[in-house]
Write a protein that binds this ligand. Structure first.
Ligand code: FES
Length: 154
């Protein structure tokens, strides 16, 4: 069940748009911000709130890669695997992250600290390789810099 605060925030976003269904991404973000991820019940609740079918909401949620349909760790690492980063050493960074965190893409560390996900271009190809954690962008990253970056997140 959505909280009153969540419903208010979704209504607020929907009021800015020509029709309420257009607020579906914002609604998913609002709920995810408070709950960490979007479960099936939240999909149904958002659908009801926006007068959509659960399948319609789910199709948006699964298409948009920053909406999580499974539980994630406290911090989500998005490692860019697009062409510039690939050329500039993405594979080495991925291998180093796998070793340090003991997880692969799509997995969460045992202590729920990090989830590691691949991501398409983060928009800073001239500073590849790049990754993002909780919305914070890290450019020109090296294996040597990873410990310092990860230590910012507990
Ligand atoms: S390809 Fe990685 S930031 Fe563009």
């Amino acid at each position: 069940m959505l909280s009153n605060e969540e419903i208010q925030d979704i209504d607020h976003e929907a009021a800015k748009l020509p029709y309420k269904q257009a607020a579906v991404i914002e609604a998913l973000k609002i709920v995810q911000q408070r709950r960490g991820w979007i479960n099936d019940e939240s999909v149904r609740d958002i659908a009801e709130c926006l007068e959509m079918s659960p399948a319609e909401v789910d199709s948006v949620a699964t298409f948009y890669n920053l909406i999580f349909r499974k539980p994630v760790g406290r911090h989500v690492i998005l490692l860019c695997d697009s062409i510039s980063c690939y050329v500039m050493g993405y594979k080495n960074i991925y291998e180093a992250l796998q070793q340090k965190l003991k997880i692969k893409f799509g997995e969460t560390t045992a202590d729920h600290r990090f989830t590691l996900l691949p991501n398409a271009c983060l928009g800073c190809c001239d500073h590849a390789p790049a990754l993002m954690i909780n919305g914070n962008l890290y450019k020109d990253i090296s294996i040597e810099a990873l410990d310092s970056i990860l230590s910012e997140y507990n």
